[in-house]
Design a protein around this ligand. Structure first.
Ligand SMILES: Nc1nc2c(c(=O)[nH]1)N[C@H]1C(S)=C(S)[C@@H](COP(=O)(O)OP(=O)(O)OC[C@H]3O[C@@H](n4cnc5c(=O)[nH]c(N)nc54)[C@H](O)[C@@H]3O)O[C@H]1N2
Ligand SMILES: Nc1nc2c(c(=O)[nH]1)N[C@H]1C(S)=C(S)[C@@H](COP(=O)(O)OP(=O)(O)OC[C@H]3O[C@@H](n4cnc5c(=O)[nH]c(N)nc54)[C@H](O)[C@@H]3O)O[C@H]1N2
Ligand SMILES: [Mo]
Length: 767
């Protein structure tokens, strides 16, 4: 019998067969199932599953406290009661001695699909019941835009959730100018699930309609080949990190040639005079100026500006552009460019953020709230911007700037992580390891022995969504899926919920945490409340039993055609900015006085720049983007992920001429390095890269060896050993993991083996 379930990369059905085999079939309604489904079967019972609760040897021997042993020790397996007693006692100690704010429970990460068993929701509900915790704000995905957009257009959610729909674009757009492209590899993913992957079909339709596309990206692969094959398609292989200069020059050309829409600017924006002054005053930001920075010919820049003014043009900026130092600027400049064209709010024109970054951007699914687990309120007000985790651990008591506030880092004594992998997602992993040495105790819930689990003191094995009942669906999903438990828990794994309920019991708030419900009763309860809301809107929604038996419920559809800011343009709404308009200049942002984020879009060189002293030694610009073969680090041991490796290491794309300069051949394992650290990767020669650019995606499980000087070498190819732990700016403190300067070199000795796909050293407790 096959059972329904869903995942961040799509709904599917599984059939558990003889000998623990698992067959995975995409949802029958999915027109474009994700290749990531190929990782599910191999991940489920992989030897890296955490079989039993485990405690770090040094923590058992020495007790809680700062230590340099995290990441280096072996583990002792203990029984569940022992593990739960240890965690409950330590939570209680930290709360008594240091207060709730000393528990850091931000626990950033994607966890798994499923509305009830969602790890962070469970953990936050638990920690709120415990009296609160220090949390984190924003995301690694969009840490910069989430802070910037409210200042510029009043609301980040609006831009992200109500992006002009693909059907509107495929009908009306006459020119698509895509900064960062529309990478097809990313559109299979939507947080929480997706039943019909519609974006690949929309991209095909764009190609069939022969909509001219301008791909602005260092990587040709950021646009599907059939779109790039169109007669009017152009690839502008921009120097990474310089899009802002290019956009400013496009803006300069528009204004200099009188091609900008003065009426639109007058009616819907504020600050054009300040932006103009910046474009024309001092060094003019003209095409020649930009060409020297961004590597695109001045004549091409001018021609593009004229083309944009002559057609219904969509300017889209992928999220990756803001995951860099000064990442506010390309987003703000992109909006300014669209405003100058005067097409914001018109079908097929205007601005988009993240087409090709995620499956739900431009999707026209129902956009309904799904059942959700109430988390309660956190009595602790303190938080950090999510990517400041290492700073917080290393510099408690220090101050930092954030969105106009001067804040102080709290001192975290206990770090609790469930559903995330900071030793995949954070930058400068050598520094992160030092930071993880600071707290008294680190507790991690994980299905797998990821690198984060290997830096914890207490590791609690959790089930995956195949091992529990849940209901699931993503933003703009077409279906709510009854996620049936398909297999028994692997090893001694327990659900995050069961673990936290047992801890809450020990800590005296078990009833408040569970409200007396079993997980199945919770599912029914959450479903019923949600069903009442939909019925009140007149929808005929089946009761829980009927839904569960059917395995899914198709949500009432919404409109297929809509345009971002159409109501604003029609005068029906104003924006939630101080002026009610699009702010090309923000007095609020200017008033913060941040040199790294002035009050209007501006070209600011990154500190780590090709003109900087380090660049002579590290002349290659690394793009550390999302992997094609998995979601982040999830199921790195699955078949699709493993098939993408080269010589067992993550694949590094190198331009053939850059490889030849260094005597490197395709298939070689090379050393990728800078002053922060190094990793090994397997070379793929690729002429679809701008020269001087290399690509190493994120997510290979971090497998560090220590090198002289204390820096870490990841033998498996995790690029975050190379990226800088530097914020986008003082405004947003966003993650800047997308770029780093590196050099690559052939190996002089045989490479050490990858060990992270085996469990760490484990002993059984004699107790
Ligand atoms: N250099 C660089 N770094 C980046 C980026 C980049 O562009 N460049 N991108 C960033 C972005 S956008 C993101 S979103 C982050 C992603 O970073 P993360 O979200 O931390 O990455 P995941 O690999 O999805 O981690 C989820 C973890 O949860 C575990 N898990 C799955 N299901 C469950 C569950 O039910 N319970 C528990 N307890 N655990 C579970 C998985 O095994 C996995 O280890 O990475 C960021 N890092
Ligand atoms: N298969 C797969 N899909 C995913 C994910 C995954 O892990 N795997 N992760 C999901 C998540 S959490 C997120 S947040 C989104 C992220 O969505 P994005 O941030 O948009 O994705 P990336 O792949 O990091 O970057 C997109 C492209 O931007 C280009 N780029 C990088 N730097 C520059 C630059 O300076 N200028 C220009 N013009 N282009 C540049 C790169 O060539 C890259 O391929 O992806 C989601 N989709
Ligand atoms: Mo993300």
């Amino acid at each position: 019998m096959s059972t329904p379930t869903t995942s961040h990369w799509g709904a599917f059905r599984v059939r558990a067969g003889a000998g623990d085999t698992l067959t995975v079939e995409p949802h029958p309604a999915d027109p474009a199932p994700s290749p990531l489904l190929g990782n599910v079967a191999g991940g489920l019972r992989h030897r890296t599953r955490v079989a039993r609760p485990a405690v770090r040897r040094g923590w058992l021997d020495d007790g809680p406290g700062p230590t340099d042993r995290r990441g280096r020790d072996g583990y002792v397996e203990v029984d569940w009661d022992t593990a739960l007693d240890l965690v409950a006692a330590e939570l209680d100690r930290v709360r008594r001695e240091h207060g709730n704010a000393a528990v850091f429970g931000g626990s950033y990460g994607w966890a798994s699909a499923g509305r009830f068993h969602h790890a962070q929701s469970q953990l936050h509900r638990f920690l709120n019941g415990f009296g609160g915790y220090t949390g984190s704000r924003n995301s690694y995905s969009l840490g910069t835009s989430l802070v910037l957009l409210p200042h510029v257009v009043g609301d980040a959610e609006e831009v992200l959730r109500n992006a002009s729909s693909w059907p509107t674009l495929t009908e009306h757009t006459e020119l698509l100018v895509a900064f960062g492209g529309v990478p097809a590899k990313n559109v299979f993913v939507t947080p929480g699930g997706v039943t019909r992957h519609s974006t690949p079909g929309h991209l095909r339709r764009l190609a069939e309609r022969r909509v001219p596309v301008v791909l602005v990206s260092p990587l040709r692969a950021d646009l599907p080949a059939d779109l790039l094959a169109g007669t009017d398609a152009t690839w502008l292989p921009v120097v990474p990190g310089t899009d802002t200069a290019l956009m400013l020059a496009l803006a300069h050309t528009l204004v200099a040639e009188g091609l900008h829409d003065r009426a639109f600017l007058d009616a819907y924006t504020t600050g054009f005079d300040v932006l103009s002054e910046y474009l024309f005053g001092g060094t003019p930001k003209d095409a020649e100026w930009a060409a020297a920075i961004c590597g695109i010919d001045a004549a091409d820049i001018r021609a593009l500006a004229r083309r944009m003014a002559a057609a219904r043009t969509l300017v889209t900026v992928t999220w990756s552009l803001q995951r860099a130092q000064h990442g506010e600027q390309p987003v703000w400049a992109g909006i300014a460019l669209a405003a100058l064209l005067g097409q914001i709010g018109l079908p097929g024109g205007g601005f988009g953020h993240g087409y090709g970054s995620m499956g739900d951007v431009g999707d026209h699914g129902p956009n309904r709230r799904l059942p959700w687990l109430p988390q309660g309120a956190n009595p602790v007000r303190d938080f950090i911007p999510v990517a400041r985790i290492a700073d917080m651990l290393l510099r408690p008591g220090d101050t930092y700037d954030y969105d106009g506030e001067r804040r102080t880092y709290p001192q975290a004594r206990l770090v609790y992580w469930a559903g995330g992998n900071p030793f995949h997602h954070h930058q400068d992993l050598t520094r992160l390891r030092a930071a993880f040495g600071r707290p008294d105790t680190v507790v991690v819930h994980e299905p797998h022995w990821t690198s984060t689990a290997r830096h914890a003191d207490i590791v609690l094995p959790v089930t995956t969504s195949l091992e529990r009942d849940d209901v699931g669906g993503g933003r703009r999903d077409t279906h709510l899926i009854a996620m049936h438990r398909a297999v028994d828990p692997v090893g001694e794994a327990r659900d995050d919920h069961a673990i936290l309920a047992a801890l809450a019991d020990r800590l005296g708030f078990g009833d408040a945490f569970t409200e007396g419900r079993t997980p199945r009763q919770w599912l029914r309860h959450l479903y019923d409340g949600w069903r009442d809301d939909l019925r009140a809107e007149g929808h005929d929604v089946p009761d829980f039993d009927a839904f569960w038996a059917a395995g899914e419920y198709e949500l009432p559809a919404g409109p297929t055609h809509f345009t971002l800011f159409e109501d604003f343009r029609a005068g029906r709404t104003s924006l939630k900015t101080p002026s009610g308009r699009i702010e090309l200049y923000s007095a609020t942002v200017a008033g913060f006085g941040y040199p790294d984020c002035p009050g209007h879009p501006a070209w600011l060189e990154p500190d780590e720049w090709l003109g900087a002293p380090a660049a002579a030694r590290f002349p290659l610009l690394l793009i550390a983007n999302q992997p094609d073969t998995r979601l982040h680090s999830q199921l790195d041991v699955g078949a699709t992920s493993l098939a993408g490796k080269r010589a067992g290491r993550e694949a590094l794309h190198v331009h053939p001429l850059d490889a030849a300069d260094r005597g490197i051949l395709g298939g070689d394992v090379v050393r990728v390095f800078n002053d922060r650290g190094a990793c090994l990767a397997g070379v793929v020669l690729d002429d679809g890269l701008r020269r001087g650019v290399v690509r190493l995606p994120t997510g290979a499980w971090f497998d560090p060896v220590e090198e002289p000087g204390g820096r870490l070498l990841c033998v498996h190819g995790n690029p975050n050993v190379l990226t800088g732990d530097v914020p986008s700016s003082r405004l947003s403190q966003g993650c800047t993991g997308q770029h780093a300067l590196v050099e690559i070199a052939a190996l002089t000795a045989p490479p050490p083996p990858v060990t992270v796909h085996h469990p760490p050293s484990l002993e059984r407790s004699s107790a």
